[in-house]
Structures are given as structure tokens and as C-alpha cells.
Design a protein. Sequence first.
Length: 217
Amino acid sequence: MATLLHLDSSLWPEAASASRSVTAAFRKAWEEQHPGGTVIHHDLNAHPVPHLDALTASAGFADPADHTPEQAAAFAERLKLIEELENADAVLIGAPMYNFTIPSTLKAWLDQVILVGRTAMVEESPIKGTPVYIVASRGGSYAPGTPREGYEYVQNLLGAVLGDMLGMEVDFIVPELTLAHSNPAMAELVPLAEASKAQAHEDAVTKGKAAALKAAA
């Protein structure tokens, strides 16, 4: 049976979170299409993974036989996260834009699973070619041609890290203008925000079903 690895990193609960509501729609469609599959869910806001420290990083470059007890314990936790990623048939990530980039909790997870010689900078790895669907929500618009195009550091970052560095197949779903309802200066953009939200949910359902079919094949 196929496995979906689902990560959420929004500060807010689903009712108040654009990214969580879309990842939930994707996951529901995936589960309905593949009811016998497995979903591993990490709420990185509620249960953040540790930031990479010198002890854990050094263990990644040392022969396990030479690990100190402290290195062995630290690396064991990192290895769990890496193995989850390696064993996933598809990955779903909620990545809201905070201060022009991803939440620090998501960055911490990335730092833990990027291991040179195993998941990165290696010719072949178990995660190469794995589809990863990223819900990149944002309060405004950073699309090409908009005034803030140059401040887009979510899709650019995750495309480079997950796609170029780890060799995964990256697919974005982008609900934008999510602050239009609460920011009076954006009131005229509410119709566009509603259209973006509807499109994101539609894309999530379509891609969730397709991902389940592909994983279960």
C-alpha cells in the first residue's frame, strides 16, 4: 500500500489557515481514492522537529560505528525523519509565506532530512523522482509581473531545494491574496482572492486523486 507523507507548518488551525485547508482537501481526496493507503502527518507547528545542531550534523558525516553515544542518539532521531521521506510514495507540504519565506519549523525539517551522500549530492537516492505537492499560500501576490515578484522566496527556495538538490518532482498549489478579507486596503481584491482559493481547492482535489492513483499503481 502507498504512503503519503503530509507536513503542515502553519501557525494557525485549519479554520483560519489557507494552507491547512488546502492540504486537508488534498489529503481527503488522496484517502478517498486510496483508502487502504497510509498517511503520516506531522504538524510542525504543534510538534516542531529540533533545529540541526553541531552534534547531529557531525554524526551525519561520521561512520556510525564511530558515533559517540550522544551522536548516536541525535542521529537516530534524524534518521527517522529521513526514512519517512525515503519510504513515502508522495509528499504533501503546507508552506505558508511568513516574512517572504517559509516558516522556520519547515526549514528545520528540511535541514534534518537533507543529508549529503544519502538524500543530497548523490547520483541515486530513494527520494529521487518522488512527487512533492507544496501548498504555498501567501497574503498577497508574488506572481510574475506583480510589484513584489522579486520577494518570492517560497517557491524559489523549495523548488531549488526539493527539486534541484534532492531530485524530487515538485508541484505547487498557490492560494494567494489570503489577507484580502482582513486588510481594508485589499478590499477590491476580495473577488480575486476568492477565485484563487477556489482554484487551489479544486487543484488540491484533482492532484490528490491523481497522486493516489499514481502511488497505488
